[in-house]
Design a binder for this molecule. Structure first.
Ligand code: GLN
Length: 535
């Protein structure tokens, strides 16, 4: 077994997750396990506002993990596990729990060795459990962050424990000064110096830059870092992130790693390449509104955007998305003005009351004007509230999530799941991970999936209130996918209207969409846009 460690220098946000995913892709068909170390003290990102670190990605096993897992899963075909995301919070929590239990009795508990040992123990137990060909560890942030230091130290120790089995790939930013038409390599040099001071010598230096590195720049960086020029790899700005494995292939990274790791790879890039060509072809475009409240940071909706890219590639059309903040939509005129020119509407997941009245107006506008609508989790709940108010005549319909605690809702068409009522703790307590739904034969959702049983990932506390199922259905809403909860209640998993373009799901199909296997609901949504726009 071999290890690849990905570190970042000088700035965060350089795209280490995309780099790690791309490397994993190139090493196919070997079994690669991607692990991410995050320095923050939250046990997992589930309690972090998406404004801080982007979306919370949800895994099959219900793990709420860093959004980089989205890249790992989208670039490869493997399924990650919650235990593959190490955070300082998880590590410290485990160490302190052990201390309270007396497992270190008599000793002073310290970062070194106890925290370091806990990190190493966890990494090695992943190896033990998964038996990968390559264990790929990405260290979050930059090499100089205090909160990453225990991860860096643990990795350094492991490189002593397993000599000749570790390959270090360091990603650093290389600015291009247009005035003098020159790349500046000084920042790479200082970040590599910093790595060397920590006892780590990079084997590969990946240069994030506007353009590809010239042979001359590679020579210079290589000399400084003590590696050959062939191990200096360009990571230039590209039209789509999916191009990166292809660029790395051209840059010779796979050949280099094959030699270094002693592996024979065969990533079969032809189909991937064809899809990348489709993404780059922007001849025909459709305009989609993503109406949420985290519109200030597009990473908050990363998986939705990627699912649109996948569905667009499927239909050979470019999907242009627009983020629309619903907080300041106060009237139907506001909706019309803000949604002018939009051919499809997505209401993504979300929490809390802010912006929900605006979303309900958006859903009404979509339904009344036959504009393709895709409601994801909260988006399904919004559609149900809108339908209850404006079609079923329940003016007081709402979600119990959207009122002050203890306040009455006249018609709680969306209510908390019974199992969630007694939950006090916030972290990892929602209805999380994969649940299977049965689809109604003949419904559009059934046609899109081509199956009667589907499993998608979930992350919610509220549901369509079973007391209103009959009324909603009598008025024409179709519950085209349902599941049965542990206590026997029927949960609405998919909803659609007979007009065929208005639908939603309580799940998050965006987490399972892949370039080669786009999520069926997104394929249907983009297909609807193309069909309705031609009319
Ligand atoms: N806030 C809603 C719930 O908890 C929707 C959650 C979501 O969109 N992920 O049910």
């Amino acid at each position: 077994m071999q290890w690849i460690v990905v570190t970042g220098g000088n700035l965060s946000g350089l795209g280490k997750g995309i780099v790690s995913g791309s490397i994993a892709k190139l090493l196919e068909p070997h079994k690669i396990v991607n692990v991410k170390c995050d320095g923050y003290l939250n046990v997992d990102p589930g309690t972090i506002n998406p404004f801080e670190h982007g979306e919370v990605f949800v895994l099959e096993d219900g793990g709420e993990v860093d959004m980089d897992f989205g890249h790992y899963e989208r670039f490869t075909n493997h399924t990650s596990k919650s235990s593959h995301n190490l955070t300082s919070g998880k590590i410290f929590d485990a160490v302190i729990t052990k201390e309270r239990k007396g497992e270190y009795l008599g000793r002073t508990v310290q970062i070194f060795p106890h925290v370091i040992d806990e990190i190493k123990r966890r990494l090695l137990s992943i190896v033990e459990e998964e038996k990968p060909d390559v264990m790929m560890v990405e260290i979050g942030g930059t090499i100089d962050d205090i909160e990453e230091s225990w991860f860096v130290r643990s990795i350094r120790e492991l490189s002593h424990d397993f000599p000749h089995r570790m390959t270090f790939c360091h990603l650093a930013y290389v600015p291009f000064l247009s005035g003098v038409d020159e790349v500046k390599t000084r920042l790479v040099q200082t970040s590599v110096e910093s790595l060397l001071q920590k006892g780590i010598r990079p084997d590969v230096v990946i240069c994030r830059a506007e353009k590809r590195m010239t042979a001359e720049a590679k020579e210079k960086i290589g000399r400084f870092c003590g590696i050959s020029a062939e191990a200096v790899i360009s990571d230039p700005q590209s039209e789509t992130i999916y191009e990166l494995p292809l660029i790395f292939e051209e840059e010779g990274l796979r050949k280099y790693l094959e030699k270094k790791l002693g592996l024979q790879t065969n990533p079969r890039l032809e189909e991937w390449k064809a899809m990348v060509e489709r993404i780059k072809n922007k001849e025909q475009a459709v305009e989609v509104a993503i109406c949420g409240k985290y519109t200030g940071l597009k990473d908050a909706y990363a998986s939705i955007m990627e699912s649109l890219v996948h569905a667009g590639a499927f239909h050979k059309v470019h999907v242009q998305w627009h983020f629309i903040d619903t907080t300041d939509i106060c009237s139907h005129d506001d909706v019309k003005r803000k949604l002018q020119g939009m051919q499809g509407i997505i209401i993504p997941g979300g929490f809390g009351r802010r912006g929900t009245e605006g979303k309900i107006r958006v859903a009404q506008y979509a339904r009344e004007n036959d504009i393709p609508y895709l409601g994801l989790c909260l988006g399904l709940q919004i559609a149900v509230i809108e339908f209850a108010r404006n079609v079923c005549g329940l003016a007081g319909a709402n979600s119990t999530e959207f009122v002050e605690e203890g306040a009455m809702v006249e018609h709680p068409v969306i209510d908390i799941l019974p199992g969630q009522r007694k939950v006090q703790q916030k972290g990892a307590t929602m209805r999380l991970g994969t649940y299977t739904a049965k689809l109604m034969e003949g419904a559009t959702v059934h046609r899109l999936y081509g199956r009667t049983e589907v499993s998608e990932r979930h992350r919610h506390r509220y549901e369509v209130n079973p007391k209103y199922h009959a009324l909603l259905q009598q008025q024409g809403m179709i519950f085209s996918g349902t599941s049965v909860d542990e206590d026997g209640t029927t949960l609405v998993e998919f909803m659609e209207l007979p007009n065929n373009v208005f639908r939603g799901t309580q799940a998050h199909p965006e987490f399972k969409s892949r370039l080669i296997h786009p999520a069926p609901l997104f394929v249907g949504f983009v297909g609807d846009i193309l069909r309705t726009s031609q009319k």
